[in-house]
Design a protein around this ligand. Structure first.
Ligand SMILES: [Ca+2]
Length: 371
């Protein structure tokens, strides 16, 4: 069995070079790892600082194998080193992937290394007022697509200066969708972040836009009637730690109005969305159309295996959505962080008449602004 494990794991990482590790924790025949996950890892370390990465192997029935022998590897030993116990040492500024290997199976945690004494967070990571077109990336964060379909810099209405970002949803007959989506990167893997931006839902006429009005899809082949507002996710959108904020056709009896929902998905539950049930109704009503609304969003991913995820949304300073104690984490431990997202996106209800939504003064923060 030892030879077999060495062949499997050693082929990838040279895991069996330390035969003493395996001899000390040699698994029985019944304890063959079928999965390995990262259960704890520092997201960042200063140069010279050490942090422990903890991984856990499981057998084919999901039973934890806490003493199963693991080997460890770093993607870049000039940035972060790792010893045979998973203890990571920051070497130089940058990011490295720390991998735990059991039975040839691999789980990875990304660790960012900062200069000693430097604050790991930068506060406002990125901001843009669109006055010079698309602003440049800052701290590795910013727009990742500056020529998206149906999204342009516009001077129809603006919160600051004379420009904003315009999302154009072409008018479609009922049952047909529309899409306008602006993608962005948050700069580095973040477990917690804050976003602030201003959004404008037309009362009708702005730049030629129709009045913003959600419609139901009753009687359509697909009855999905949610319109994406904000999405945040890890390296992969589907099946990873993805958050969606979306407005739905009205549940408050006012035709055309919308409420706001939060939904999240996580690895291991591919295609399944969890709805914590928190929402504000209405999110968009006539009191909101034709005005700039300040949106603030705070997101905190849960630790693996712990229900401590948190999503909060403020509209014009009022907390309108507060979904706490969420078990929102990547159970594989491979991508328990956010690195990208998009503003607006797919409208599953579509719009009867061509409708614009405007966004201005976007800020992404990696430090609690004290909201
Ligand atoms: Ca502006």
């Amino acid at each position: 069995m030892l030879t077999l494990l060495c062949l499997l794991a050693g082929a990838l990482t040279g895991a069996c070079a330390r035969s003493g590790d395996l001899a000390a924790g040699r698994p029985s025949v019944a304890e063959i790892a079928a999965a390995v996950q990262i259960v704890a890892a520092p997201s960042s370390l200063a140069v010279g600082q050490q942090g422990q990465v903890v991984a856990l192997a499981r057998d084919g029935a999901g039973k934890p194998l806490p003493s199963y022998p693991l080997s460890w590897a770093t993607s870049d030993s000039t940035i972060a080193g790792v010893d045979s116990t998973g203890l990571v040492t920051g070497i130089s500024q940058g990011s490295a992937d720390i991998s735990a290997v059991a039975n040839g199976l691999l789980a990875t945690a990304r660790v960012s290394v900062f200069l000693p004494g430097a604050d790991q967070s930068v506060g406002v990571v990125f901001s843009d007022d669109f006055e010079g077109g698309y602003g440049p990336q800052q701290n590795g964060a910013g727009w990742t697509n500056t020529a998206p379909v149906n999204v342009t810099i516009s001077s129809d209405v603006a919160h600051s200066g004379s420009n904003s970002l315009r999302f154009r949803f072409p008018g479609k007959v009922d049952c047909l969708d529309a899409s306008a989506e602006q993608r962005f990167a948050v700069g580095r893997p973040l477990r917690e972040l804050w976003l602030e931006y201003w959004i404008y839902f037309p009362a009708g006429g702005e730049g030629g836009s129709a009045r913003y009005a959600s419609r139901t899809q009753a009687g359509c082949p697909s009855t999905a009637d949610n319109n994406k507002l904000l999405s945040l996710f890890g390296p992969v959108y589907n099946g990873e730690t993805t958050l969606g904020l979306q407005s739905w056709s009205s549940r408050n009896g006012q035709p055309g109005d919308a409420r706001l929902d939060v939904a999240y998905s996580k690895a291991g539950h591919n295609g399944v969305w969890f709805y914590p049930g928190a929402n504000a109704d209405p999110f968009v009503s006539d009191a909101d159309r034709g005005h700039w609304l300040q949106l603030r969003v705070h997101v905190r991913l849960a630790d693996v295996g712990v229900s401590n995820g948190h999503v909060q949304v403020w509209k014009n300073g009022a907390l309108i959505l507060n979904a706490d104690n969420l078990d929102w984490y990547d159970s594989t431990g491979q991508a328990n962080y956010i690195v990208q997202g998009y503003l607006m996106g797919w409208s599953n209800s579509g719009f009867t008449d061509t409708t614009y939504v405007y966004i201005d003064d976007v800020s992404i923060m990696d430090r609690d602004p004290g909201w």
